[in-house]
Design a binder for this molecule. Sequence first.
Ligand code: F6P
Length: 342
Amino acid sequence: MRIGVLTGGGDCPGLNAVIRSVVRSSDNLFGSSVVGFRDGWRGLLEDRAMELDVTKADGILTRGGTILGSARVNPEVFRDGLETVRETLRARGVDVLIPIGGEGTLTAASWLADNGVPVVGVPKTIDNDIDGTDLTFGFDTAVSIATDAIDRLHTTAESHQRVLLCEVMGRHAGWIALHAGLASGAHLTLVPEQPFDVDEVCAMVSARFARGDQHFIAVVAEGATPKEGSMEFRVGGIDEFGHRRFTGVAQQLGEEIERRIGKEVRTTVLGHVQRGGTPTAFDRVLATRFGLHAAIAAHEGRTGQMVALRGTDITLIPLADATKHLKTVTPERLAEVVSFFG
Ligand code: F6P
């Protein structure tokens, strides 16, 4: 058998660990070869490929990014390319394709499966917002990076009796903010799932300083938004995939806090540093297990599925089920964090 692999969408620590796992397990367990397509779906549409043997997979377990490259592809362009995709797979001798990606990549994979192309999906995103899997690799790494950064902000904020706002990734789901906020003992966490009231935020900041505390740390997910009418808010617009663009919400909120209560505020936007570098041990293990189980599923003909973590087990779920909606922070999980605000 011959397996095809590609990595699509925004990159994520652990992608190389999945590639290595697919290559090694396909070779060791089944004697199968693997071909990788470059730059996500684009490489498949343009037939840009590279052979992936075990020597190519050597030493990549710990490397961030993806040796295959990645790209976001507009779904419309992709839909017009079904015949091209079929032809490339036929010409390259690929029996099953393993696309590794987030919401967009898996939606495209699901659509391909519906059109008779054998695929096994592997979920990835630092945002942890893919439904049907308890966790995605990359999330633990991003939370660790954000937590380390916020730990550092605590000490400098204290020295200067400042308010420090730290903006983390998470356009639609606040998982990184929620976990990094808890892990670093932030005094407030704002997530996209619950619009915030600026008066309430200011009241919390004032109350903390009034009782003698020396600093205030808030973690702000990039997708957090103020309640309607709560403050003037410059929305960044929508990109070609219908995703909200960067708005600089923490910067805007910081300016508003300074204006309303006169406290000194500084803002740190972590941005892509959360997506770069070596994956944590947890993410290496999860990515490796995902790759292994995807390769096994492909060889057993269990296609149209996605590997998923349920508890401590890796299981398969229909791709269509995983791509119906995003997994956002539940009110129950948010309520837990609120207990530590202030
Ligand atoms: O979807 C993952 C993610 O990291 C989001 O949290 C973030 O908004 C987005 O990617 C950034 O995308 P890009 O790398 O295209 O700017």
